[in-house]
Structure formats: structure tokens, C-alpha cells
Design a protein around this ligand. Structure first.
Ligand code: HPA
Length: 245
């Protein structure tokens, strides 16, 4: 099964992913964020940086439709998204991984569907993260011996600013356990294209009003850097398991 890894702040580049996997980044929806890259040693995987080369695209500027469309055109059969998040639930600490089960979407104004007019499509989204695919990702964590929080709710905000403390309190009341800016409409578009989608969340800060400090991107990046070796070993294990069948 060909899997696409979509990375962002938590995974902007991936060792070994260097060969362009497409002729062009153009799609009927405009250009994708970057050229998807294939690996020399892993025939069943491609990598796409959703923020573009040099991290030029903010979450609300990403052309999610083009990214998903291009990956599907390349024959990708499942999407594993790496998502950096702030923690809302107190049990989630910086440096933790989480595989959420649900999503609440607070974004607005993003191109969020392939469905227009006559092609009207009401995709079922009761389980935004594909349960079977999610389990396979969880199994890779277990084989690696890496701990992760199984379940929870990803609240997707519009950004690019971080939230107010009251917004985080509201999200907490809504049941959100983590907050990020990129899983939507990515997950919904994957569903419209019938591509199983799972998200590996990297907890990089306490959400607004939950920590002592002002949220600083530099601090988030430091946590990401510390988590990177663990993330890579899980991804390697996952891809090895995926190509074994
Ligand atoms: N809020 C929104 N998105 C994020 C955060 C946050 O606190 N941390 C990482 N991505």
C-alpha cells in the first residue's frame, strides 16, 4: 500500500525522501504546497511538506485540495499526517504523542470540499480518522516501544494566531484534548477522496492559558527537535510494516 506522509512543523523534511514523485505540482485546484518526494529505499511511501519549501505557507494559506488531489493522482492509498498540537487536556504533556479519534472543526474560509453543484457529495465523517488505519499506526508505536495517547479530540483552529485562553476553555468544554491548525480540511478532503487518514499529533506546548508562559514558536520548535528521533523511528517502523502488507 502506498502511503503519503504529510509533514509540517513537526516534520518538514525526511531523510531519504529526495526524488520528485510527480512531473508537476499543478492540479485542477491550483498548485500543491510542494513537490511530493519519493524515497530511494521505500517504494511504498511519498512525503509531502504541507507548509511548502522553506515553510512559506501558513495553515490558512495551504492548498489542501491540491495536496490531496495530487497525492491521489500519484496512486497514494492512505495518508498519515504529522500534526503539531498544543495540549488542552492536562494529561498531555510537551513531548507526548497522541493519536486522536475525533475532530472538531473551528476553521473558516478554507477551500474545504471537492464537492460542487451536480457532484454534491455528503461524505460520512462520523469517524474522521480511519479506525483500521489508525490502529495500524498505533501498532507501529507499540512495536517501537514508544508511548502514545490513544484517542482524544483534535480541535482545528483557523490561526495563524494562537487561541485566547477563553477560546481554549470553550474548546475544553467542547471535548477537545488537543489544538492545532492543519488537520482540517485535510482529513475531510481525504475522506471525500476515500483515502484513509490518520494523524500523529506531537504535543509541543500547553494551549493558551494552560501553561505559565506566552506561547513561543521557538519553544515549540525545540520540543519538535527533541521528539524527532522518536517520531522517525515510529514512522520507519510503520512504513516497514505497511510494505510488509
Ligand atoms: N494552538 C494551535 N495550533 C498549535 C498549537 C496551539 O497551541 N501548538 C501547535 N500548534
Amino acid at each position: 500500500m502506498t502511503t503519503a506522509l504529510i509533514g509540517g512543523t513537526g516534520l518538514a523534511a525526511l531523510e531519504g525522501a529526495s526524488r520528485p514523485a510527480a512531473d508537476s505540482v499543478e492540479t485542477p485546484y491550483g498548485p500543491a504546497s510542494a513537490m511530493p518526494l519519493a524515497f530511494e529505499s521505500l517504494p511504498d511511501a511519498v512525503f509531502l511538506n504541507r507548509h511548502g519549501d522553506g515553510h512559506t505557507l501558513l495553515p490558512h494559506e495551504i492548498n489542501y485540495r491540491a495536496n490531496l488531489w495530487l497525492l491521489r493522482e500519484l496512486g497514494v492509498e492512505a495518508i498519515l499526517a504529522v500534526l503539531t498540537v498544543g495540549s488542552i487536556a492536562v494529561r498531555l504533556k510537551d513531548g507526548d504523542f497522541a493519536l486522536p479519534r475525533q475532530i472538531v472543526d473551528y476553521t473558516w474560509g478554507r477551500e474545504h470540499t471537492f464537492s460542487v453543484g451536480a457532484s454534491l457529495l455528503h461524505a460520512d465523517f462520523s469517524e474522521p480518522f480511519d479506525p483500521a488505519f489508525r490502529r495500524k499506526v498505533g501498532a507501529a508505536f507499540q512495536r517501537t516501544g514508544e508511548r502514545f495517547h490513544d484517542g482524544g479530540v483534535y480541535g482545528c483552529t483557523q490561526g495563524p494566531r494562537f487561541e485566547s485562553a477563553a477560546e481554549i476553555d470553550r474548546m475544553d468544554r467542547d471535548g477537545c484534548t488537543v489544538v492545532g491548525m492543519t488537520a482540517m480540511p485535510e482529513a475531510a478532503l481525504a475522506r471525500e477522496l476515500e483515502l484513509p487518514y490518520a494523524g500523529v499529533c506531537m504535543v509541543v506546548n500547553p494551549a493558551a492559558g494552560r501553561g505559565q508562559a506566552v506561547i513561543e514558536v521557538a519553544d515549540m520548535r525545540a520540543v519538535v527537535a527533541g521528539m524527532r528521533p522518536r517520531l522517525l523511528s515510529v514512522l520507519r517502523e510503520f512504513l516497514a510494516g505497511a510494505s510488509a502488507g
